[in-house]
Each structure stands twice: as C-alpha cells, then as structure tokens.
Design a protein around this ligand. Sequence first.
Ligand SMILES: Cc1ncc(COP(=O)(O)O)c(C=O)c1O
Length: 394
Amino acid sequence: MQEVNSKPEEWIDAELAKQRAAHLERSIHVYESVGGVFTAQGRRWLNFGSNDYLDFARHPRLKKAAALALEQYGTGATSSRLITGTLPPHDALERSIARHKGYPAAVVFGSGYMTNAGVISSLIGRNDHAFADRLIHASVLDAVRLSGARLHRFAHNDPGSLEQTLKRAPSGRRLILTESVFSMDGDEAPLEAIAALAESHEALLMVDEAHAGGVFGPHGAGLVSALNLHTKVTASMGTLSKALGGYGGYTACSERTRQWLINRSRAFIYTTALPPAVMAAALEALRILEETPGLGKTLLARAQRFRERLQGVGLDTLRSSSQIVPVLVRDNASTLRLAGRLKSRGILVGALRPPTVPPDQARLRFSITLAHSDEDLDRAFDAVIDAFNEEGIL
Ligand SMILES: Cc1ncc(COP(=O)(O)O)c(C=O)c1O
C-alpha cells in the first residue's frame, strides 16, 4: 500500500472532533436488507428509517420487470440522454409519469437531488430570486446556490410570510419553492394559498413531491394532482427512490418547460442516463399504482393510528399528517441514546439532528410503510414508551 501524505488532511481531525463533541458526528452502518420489515441475525427488525412507503423495493413485479430489462439491455445506459442513452424504457417512463401526474410532459433525471439541481438552476439565474420555505430540503437549497439566484426564506407553511417576502423582490424572475409533504416534519404545505400567490405575483412555482408521491392524491399522483393545481405549478418534482422503491428523479411539466430543460439543464445533459432496468422497475411501480387505488389511504390510516397513540401519552409529533411521524426530543445526545435503546429492541429509527433539522429540534423520525402492520406499530409504540421511560423523559 502507498504511504499517503497525511499533512494536508490534518484539519479534518479537528473539524470532526468538534462535530463529535456536539453529538453530531455521522457514521455508516451496514444493514442486511431494505424495506420496512426484515429478518437478520435471527431477529425480525422493524425499520422506520426506510422510505419504501409502499413496500415496493422488493415487490416481485418490480424485480421481474427490472430483470427482464437487465437481460434485454444490459447493466447500464452507457451514454447521456442526448447522445445515445435514451432507450425505450426511458421514453416509456417519461410518458407514463406525465400521464400519472396529469401533465403534458415529464423529464427524468439521475436522482431527486439532481432533479432539483437541474430544474432550479435552469429556471432561475444570477439576476433572479428564489423563495423557499424555511424547512425546505437541503437539495433545494443547494440547487438555489448553484443557480446563483438570490435566496429568500419564508416562515414554514406561512403564505403571509411568503407574500411579504415576494413584495421585497421587485425585479427579475421569481421562483417559489416548497415541498408538498415535508420530509422532516411530515406536515402538508398550504399549496392552494401558495399557488394563488404565485399567480398574483407572476412567479413560477415548483413543488417537491418526494414524500407525497405514491401516497397522497388519486392513485398516489401527489398533492398537486389532488388539488388540481397543474396549471399553476410549473414543475411538479418527485423521486423514484421513495414510494416507488427504486432510484432516480423526475419533474412533470409542460412541453415547453421540457424542451427548455433538455436544452439547458446541465444536470440532465452532462451525465449518463439511468440504467434501463431502473426505468423498467419504476414503470412497473406506476402500473401497480394505477391498478391498485387505495394503497396510500391504507398507509395514512395506519400512520394516523400510530401518531394518535404517541400523542395520547403526551409525545410531540409536531404537525405531522402523513406517513412521516416525527417525535420531538430536542436534545441531540438524548435523541441518539433513544435511537440506540430502540435498536436494542429490534427497532431502527432515524435520530435526526442539526443541520438536517433546525437547532434544538432533534427528533426521532418514523417512516411508516405498508410493510408495517398495526401489530408492528403497536410493538414500536410499546418500545418507544419503554425507551422514553428509561431516558427519564416521559
Ligand atoms: C424533499 C426531498 N427532496 C428531494 C430528495 C432527493 O431525492 P433522491 O433521494 O431521489 O435524490 C429527498 C430525499 O432524499 C427529499 O426528502
């Protein structure tokens, strides 16, 4: 092995030591399986850190569709979309997403993160303005930075605050950015009020439906569809990596916006297309959604019951109204210890700390999936009570 000159890297030790002292150091663990429930080390694990909301990631139909495409096309697309990387599954998936979301067109990107980067940096530039909810996902903030536009933050889910902020930015193109279901709080944005403000202030509106897709709206088409806001939302963005159980991201949009993105979006142009097998799996996931209405409703009912039980013993689940159920702890060290206590009981749950959530807002975040039965959720509830009791905060 070559000796590495470690001198230029020494600053990393000091920085990580600071993070560790604040209970904010992160580490990677290797898990035996994906999905909401799995068996490993002779134990049945309940995994609440997975976003496999509809239990699709191991679905036999998705696996079969991917296997067939793998056999037919091979392992990779081997080229970018505009050269020779667009194969029939890419084309079929974009058409299928557009139909599913009720838009004229759609564009698939390498991931949800890349979708935000690619769409936002194409719609606004240096002389423009972005208006983002204070709790918006990090990928949206990174995308605004990439665009060079000025970033304005408005208070979480507060159209009044958005309006004040809009009035302060008179010139240039304006783009409003919100999630429809927020990833860390599990609450829903007041989309109709935000869309009305976008219209009256002649601003573009982009909605990140990463956590609403597959769960909310008719056949899981999301909240933009459920509220019939297509004409007011320029980009209805989503991911293939959560409820659809695969990988990749997309935006539904007009034909005009699609044409703009495929001509200008660097995150679309300068990268290799996703593997055809990944596209085929997503296509099959959309077919199942179209054939099986009510999956989202079942999931939301289970999450509601779990949330009510937690609230019933005085735990703070914020304003969650979705399959994402946070339990506010506040203190970073306690949050980590609680996740450890739950793990020792066979329950995996994210211990979310700053900067993923605001300071003093550390929490456990339960992602409920269709793999979790009511009995599983009862077991999780009992474990939460025990863990909080042991920690002395209940
Ligand atoms: C709200 C939100 N937007 C975008 C993303 C990025 O999606 P992806 O994981 O497909 O890159 C995520 C999740 O990571 C998310 O929670």
